[in-house]
Design a protein around this ligand. Structure first.
Ligand code: TRP
Length: 362
């Protein structure tokens, strides 16, 4: 049976937040602990982060340790998953160079993620080539590890499509060497795209609407208490809306029935709370206080592990260094396959050399 391999990762441009957690990190840990995968690679995509932060290497440099701490805190385990740094696996850039022959400019221009990111960054007039082509480098990341499964948020769908196209083109032109990956999306709608605390579509550092995994209880409380709810729910007696109401979206993503017994025994489940809120008579503050308890409960083991690893930063760097070495060995093997299929393995090809010897033998 063919192997099941995971590759996924994050750009180290800031600490990871609850959106990352429900959208991807939580699932990764479940997959890791399911024992169903032969290999798991989790990449800190520093080279990709530089494609739109070329003038700010300091930001990338400072956030590698933050992302690594977040990874370890959520329960990614170096004994089960290889955590590594993208730029230490040089083979990825070499693969990118060869794959770029298989992709047209028009195809990259159509990529919806790249399109919206170009807008967000005001890159319209001057797109760095490296940024424009990062979907190709992402295909290299995925295929270098022969990944079958890529657990990411839905914003990454176009990247996976691009990767599949590259794999198909490569295998058609040069012969089968690469594996077509499948995307694995979060299964809960609230988790697909957790809104920011201000109700905006997405948590994003630049909007200042994130709750970070590393936020302490006091910071978390402050952020939840000022969270966007239903602007028309003015008096407690007023009927309230739960759609688009952050408190309820977050509860959809984090709440478990058992938390009611522990924290809010007046209700049996979230549906009862929602019904009451919709009827009127249930205030935002009560709901927010419950959400704070739920989040603190969910974050407790994460905070505990973080506190431990923060006291051993040298170990965290060692995990990344060893992971990067191991990742490199795997990528080297794939690159050797790729070069053999592309017939650019001249010195390893004894037959080629022999044939050329014979061509000129008198
Ligand atoms: N683009 C991803 C992000 O923005 C990071 C990433 C880089 C990635 N290469 C990848 C994710 C390969 C999955 C697979 O966070």
């Amino acid at each position: 049976m063919s192997k099941k391999i995971i590759l996924t990762g994050d750009r180290p441009t800031g600490k990871l937040h609850l959106g990352h957690y429900v959208g991807s990190l939580k699932r990764r840990v479940e997959l890791q602990n399911s024992g169903e995968f032969d290999d798991i690679f989790i990449m800190i995509a520093d080279a990709q982060a530089l494609t739109d932060n070329a003038d700010n290497p300091e930001k990338v440099r400072e956030n590698i340790i933050e992302v690594a701490l977040d990874y370890l805190s959520v329960g990614l385990d170096p004994a089960k998953s290889t955590l590594f740094v993208q730029s230490y696996v040089q083979e990825l850039t070499e693969l990118t160079f060869y794959y770029s022959n298989l992709v047209t400019v028009a195809r990259l221009q159509r990529n919806p993620t790249v399109k919206s990111e170009i807008q967000m960054r005001n890159f319209e007039a001057s797109i760095p080539v490296g940024f424009f082509t990062y979907p190709i480098s992402q295909a290299a990341d995925i295929t270098a590890f022969k990944a079958t499964t890529v657990p990411v948020g839905e914003d990454q769908l176009p990247m996976l499509e691009q990767t599949k196209e590259i794999v198909r083109s490569f295998n058609r032109i040069y012969g089968e060497a690469l594996v077509e990956p499948e995307i694995l999306l979060p299964d809960n709608a609230a988790c697909l795209r957790l809104p920011g605390t201000d109700g905006k579509a997405k948590m994003s550092k630049s909007l200042g609407n994130c709750i970070y995994l590393s936020d302490d209880a006091k910071t978390l409380k402050k952020k939840v208490m000022s969270m966007y709810t239903d602007p028309d729910h003015i008096r407690i007696e007023d009927p309230g809306k739960v759609e688009g109401n952050c408190v309820f979206t977050y509860l959809d993503a984090f709440c478990k029935d058992e938390y009611f017994e522990e924290f809010w025994p007046e209700y049996n489940n979230l549906q009862e709370v929602k019904d009451h809120y919709k009827r009127g008579g249930l205030g935002d503050v009560k709901c927010k206080k419950f959400l704070i308890k739920v989040l603190n409960k969910e974050l407790a083991p994460i905070r505990e592990r973080r506190a431990k690893y923060e006291q051993d930063i040298a170990y965290v760097y060692q995990v990344l260094e060893e992971g990067s070495k191991r990742a490199r060995e795997v990528a080297q093997a794939t690159l050797a396959d790729v070069k053999a299929q592309m017939q650019i393995n001249y010195f390893e090809d004894k037959e080629l050399i022999q044939r050329h010897i014979e061509r000129y033998q008198k």
